[in-house]
Write a protein that binds this ligand. Structure first.
Ligand SMILES: *Cc1c(COP(=O)(O)O)cnc(C)c1O
Ligand code: SF4
Length: 444
């Protein structure tokens, strides 16, 4: 298929007026959106605006909700305070100070990412990497700490807004290589961000090519976590270095590694354009696999039909559904989160509508402090209604796949809302978790 070249153009908060002028939105709504954009960074691009968003369906269109700020994404009081400042043309510095104050209240680093996941090497913390589960190391390349558009639910937003003490990135590609070489048990390297695919191919190669040498034979899989196939598929099709990128992917595969593109898709609309299909086709032609994941989000994809259709389209395109996440507790969480029981119902009703090839999707999963906890279901055991839970990944590997039980709670939205069932006072892993965290806190 011949796709016409598109050159990227970014939009930010100063463009909100012009982007929204021909919609039916009221002036007050637009002011509310601008207020939210002072706190949660707003960025989108011409592909999202021209090809993904259905402008006949504003403001409910899921891609519009996903990338554009919405007044309800901040608590009323805080939003109104900013709206007042904006409508009174308050000094920029004052607006910024208030926005930063609100940001700090939004729990920027959930699940102990900073305190407990940064490993040490020769007694020094290794910057820009996280090592939580034995097999897999996460790498945050410095140049990949941005995205083609920003998701309004994103928990990584502190990385985009320049709150320096919240930044989290490796300064150079060499710094993590010693660490990998000294840990022969690591099999997977996951490049993440932001979005590492915002880097030029030549920059990306600086992280990937060294891993193809014999010193890194223990690294079997290179994963790249990215939203680019959804937000800027031209990266793989018509960008200047798109063909170089495909050659790099081929090289990884030819060296005998598994290359896994971990693609974030929140909605089937993101798979439904000619260039999105072409990007998938081209990536797969290199021998790379595409695995897909997303959180379940109110206002965007909180229906079983949406997930079933998305998984079906992914399988049809040759992608492998991987995780359905529960929204993390950060940022505009009140706006997006849904009760755990609802997330499980959506999963259960969606998974029955797809063939076995779509049932590789696991979920709903909470990526929490002790590990990745999946809600296996709701059951009644010995007269008590309970959530059945288990770990898919854990700080202590032996916790995996051991069923455990929490008292049913229709309003719970996260692991720390849950209480052990059957009158127990702790979940089975909790004492050991405390020990592990104390040990880590002493080391860092
Ligand atoms: C999810 C996750 C991984 C990868 O887990 P897999 O189950 O292997 O996909 C690695 N590190 C962290 C911190 C994670 O949250
Ligand atoms: S693409 Fe990923 S990292 Fe970037 S804003 Fe969206 S969720 Fe966050």
């Amino acid at each position: 298929m011949k796709i016409k070249t598109k050159t990227i153009r970014f939009y930010q908060d100063k463009d909100l007026d012009s982007l929204l002028q021909s919609t039916d939105l009221q002036e007050k709504d637009i002011l509310g959106m601008k207020a939210v954009a002072k706190v949660l960074p707003f960025r989108t691009n011409n592909y999202v605006v021209e090809e993904l968003i259905d402008w006949k369906n504003i403001p409910d269109d899921p891609i519009f909700r996903l990338t554009f700020p919405h007044p309800e994404m901040l608590p009323t009081q805080e939003r109104d305070r900013l709206m007042d400042l904006l409508s009174n043309n308050a000094p920029k510095a004052e607006i910024k100070a208030v926005a930063n104050e609100i940001r700090r209240g939004l729990n920027p680093h959930p699940a102990g990412q900073k305190q407990y996941n940064v490993p040490t090497f020769n007694d020094e913390p290794v910057p820009g990497i996280q090592h939580k589960y034995d097999q897999t190391v996460l790498i945050f390349p410095t140049a990949g700490q941005t995205c083609y558009a920003y998701c309004t639910f994103c928990f990584r937003w502190p990385q985009f807004v320049g709150l320096d003490d919240l930044r989290f990135a490796t300064r150079e590609s060499g710094i993590f290589q010693d660490y990998l070489q000294h840990h022969q048990g690591i099999t997977d390297v996951l490049l993440t961000g932001g979005d590492p695919m915002t880097m030029k191919t030549r920059q990306l190669a600086l992280y990937i090519e060294p891993l193809l040498t014999p010193e890194f034979d223990h690294i079997q899989t290179i994963r790249i976590g990215t939203k680019s196939i959804a937000y800027w598929p031209y990266r793989y099709v018509t960008d200047d270095d798109a063909d170089d990128l495909l050659r790099l992917f081929e090289k990884v595969v030819q060296q005998g590694k598994h290359l896994a593109i971990m693609a974030h898709y929140e909605h089937w609309q993101e798979l439904d354009t000619p260039v999105a299909e072409e990007a998938i086709r081209r990536i797969r032609s290199t021998g790379a696999q595409i695995r897909t994941q997303a959180p379940v989000l109110r206002h965007i994809n909180d229906s079983a039909e949406t997930w079933a259709k998305m998984w079906n389209m992914q399988v049809h395109a040759g992608c492998i559904p991987y995780y359905m996440f529960v929204e993390r507790q950060t940022g505009a969480k009140e706006y997006f989160r849904i009760p755990l029981v609802k997330a499980w119902e959506i999963y259960q009703q969606a998974i029955q509508q797809v063939s076995g090839l779509g049932r590789t999707a696991r979920g709903p999963v909470m990526s929490a402090l002790p590990g990745k906890v999946v809600i296996d279901g709701v059951a009644e055991i010995a007269g008590e209604k309970v959530f059945v839970l288990s770990f898919l990944q854990a700080r202590e590997p032996d916790w995996c796949k051991r069923p455990f039980f929490a008292r049913f709670d229709p309003d719970a939205t996260w692991l720390n809302d849950l209480k052990p069932a059957f009158g127990e006072d702790k979940f089975f892993y909790e004492s050991q978790l405390e020990e592990i965290l104390t040990r880590k806190a002493l080391k860092v």
